[in-house]
Design a protein around this ligand. Structure first.
Ligand SMILES: NC(=O)C1=CN([C@@H]2O[C@H](COP(=O)(O)OP(=O)(O)OC[C@H]3O[C@@H](n4cnc5c(N)ncnc54)[C@H](OP(=O)(O)O)[C@@H]3O)[C@@H](O)[C@H]2O)C=CC1
Ligand SMILES: O=C1O[C@H](COP(=O)(O)O)[C@@H](O)[C@H](O)[C@H]1O
Length: 496
């Protein structure tokens, strides 16, 4: 299936929206600029507002220039873009789209290959896919693929319903469910760090690891997404997808081969091995928070309940911390702590693997406190790995000092580190679904988070807002680890 010179038509539904502007057009441009796309491709934008092809091309040019902060000198790129305005609920317009695709197929010699990218609100996903089939747009001589954005459902039941709808028109191996964290360079590096280093793989289990911590903190609030977010919250927005995907990559067994199916099968096993949390246990394993007013990056910001399109009495969580247990041989007894939230101290995603102490540390005899070994995987904004070790303090007898081995990925690759969407779009064009989520992963993730959201929806959080904007979340998040004898390792970069 893999093809290093992909050619296809890409139909973007929601082409005038935020995602297309900030992520999709710049990513397509980066691929083109790097020569990963030949001239054999065309992009058709769909949205309601009336634009001519020329207006749309200008819009695409501006979007790319703003996002990449560079001027587009080569006009050939935008000439590949076409616009077809219509309301996706209007059946008749699909026929016109179909004839446009047939014409472009001839012009660009794309052999009937088609990607349908749904960059629109999820309530349209089912309608669009069923129209694509009923109006004959999926009946093509080449391959057809559906790229579908999050959220994939609101809970297991709605996700199942959505899945059944889209499966009427596309088979599982034609569906590319986006989780943009899977396109991040250092998230993809997790497997390489684990499976290509003899010094880590033998230690990667409950005999040597005491706990694993994953933090994904944001400084932004809900911006203009209050309407969506107030019905979602951090658990559905970040935990069900990105956080659980990182847990799966950290915990999975080595795949037999690096094929899509082998990797996905191992991830699914982890998600199925997550210890289910009953309604009664939610408070024991999970903590929720909502930001109040505070200071972020030196500026005063409003509380969540004062944001646009947010209920002034909202019960929605903007922060989640949790303790996950994986009930299998490798991980029995090792807590995986996760936390994510908006309006926190710093924008950062980091994984800290804390190793157990050596069985008898001779240096405990001194009064010096010895640090555990930590492996830190810096996902963003800095990309790299830090290994915390202990060494001898120079000139001192029997004294230790912490030392760090630091590798900075984006110091070396610099601005050439590809953006997540760029990689994922390219993967989709080449037919590589490894870094997209399979339905079984989506289902297992919802099954895990559903009991938690059920409890939170039905019990008013009387202490909300319970963390100040600009902080690291509510006190209960620290207590979650303290009761196990651990603490959150700081997330600021060691260079700071
Ligand atoms: N923005 C982001 O950073 C992220 C977005 N997502 C997901 O991506 C999807 C798109 O998000 P985003 O770009 O922010 O959304 P926007 O609201 O910015 O854009 C929605 C797009 O849909 C079009 N549209 C709306 N209704 C219709 C209709 N009936 N017929 C045809 N077109 C229509 C709008 O154009 P017009 O008004 O002209 O019709 C617009 O182009 C969502 O599922 C979101 O959850 C996921 C992760 C991040
Ligand atoms: O999917 C989402 O992710 C972003 C955070 O992504 P990142 O790449 O900036 O870490 C989050 O802001 C958003 O609420 C959520 O929908």
């Amino acid at each position: 299936m893999n093809n290093m010179d992909p050619k296809s038509l890409i139909v973007i539904f929601g082409a005038t929206g935020d995602l297309a502007k900030r992520k999709l057009f710049p990513s397509i441009y980066r691929l083109y600029e790097k020569g990963k796309l030949s001239e054999e491709f065309a992009v058709v934008g769909v949205a309601r507002r009336p634009l001519s092809n020329d207006e749309f091309r200008n819009y695409v040019r501006q979007s790319v220039e703003n996002a990449l902060n560079q001027e587009l000198s080569d006009q050939r790129f935008v000439s590949h873009f076409y616009y077809h305005p219509f309301d996706v609920t209007d059946t008749a317009s699909y026929q016109q789209l179909k004839s446009l695709l047939q014409q472009l197929d001839e012009i660009y010699h794309v052999d009937g290959n088609r990607i349908f990218y749904l960059a629109m609100a999820p309530e349209f996903f089912g309608t669009i896919t069923s129209r694509l089939k009923s109006e004959g747009l999926t009946a093509t001589n080449g391959w057809k693929r559906l790229v579908i954005e999050k959220p994939f459902g609101h809970d297991l039941q709605s996700a199942q319903q959505l899945n059944e709808e889209i499966r009427q028109s596309f088979s599982e191996n034609e569906i590319y469910r986006i989780d943009h964290y899977l396109g991040k360079e250092m998230v993809q590096n997790i497997e390489v760090i684990r499976f290509s280093n003899a010094i880590f793989e033998p230690l990667w289990n409950n005999r040597f690891i005491s706990n694993i911590q994953i933090t994904s903190s944001e400084t932004l609030g809900v911006e203009d997404r209050g309407r969506y977010y107030d019905h979602s919250g951090a658990l559905r927005d970040m935990v069900q997808n990105h956080m659980l995907q990182m847990v799966a990559l950290l915990a999975m067994e080595p795949p037999i081969k690096l094929t899509t199916d082998d990797i996905r099968n191992e991830k699914i096993k982890v998600l199925r091995a997550l210890r289910p949390i009953s309604h009664e246990e939610v408070d024991q394993y999970f903590v929720r928070g909502q930001y109040g007013r505070g200071i972020v990056n030196g500026k005063e910001v409003v509380s969540y309940r004062e944001e646009n399109n947010v209920d002034p009495n909202s019960n929605t969580e903007t922060f989640v911390a949790g303790k996950l247990m994986i009930d299998n041989f490798r991980w029995a007894g090792v807590p995986f702590y996760i936390r994510t939230g908006k309006r926190m101290t710093e924008k950062s995603t980091k994984i800290v693997v804390q190793f157990k102490d050596v069985p008898m540390n001779l240096y405990y005899r001194t009064n010096e406190k010895i640090q555990p070994n930590l492996l830190i995987i810096h996902i963003q904004p800095d990309e790299g790995i830090t290994l915390h070790l202990n060494g001898k303090k120079s000139g001192e007898y029997m004294k230790t000092t912490p030392i760090k081995l630091d590798y900075c990925n984006n110091c070396i690759d610099g601005i050439n580190t590809p953006e997540a969407y760029e990689k994922l779009l390219y993967d989709c064009m080449r037919g590589d679904a490894t870094n997209f989520t399979h339905w079984d992963e989506v289902a297992a993730s919802w099954q895990f988070v559903d009991p938690i959201s059920e409890v939170w929806e039905n019990t008013k959080a009387i202490d909300f807002p319970n963390y100040e904007a600009g902080s690291m979340g509510p006190k209960a998040s620290d207590e979650l680890l303290q009761k196990d004898g651990f603490h959150w390792w700081p997330i600021c970069h060691p260079k700071q």
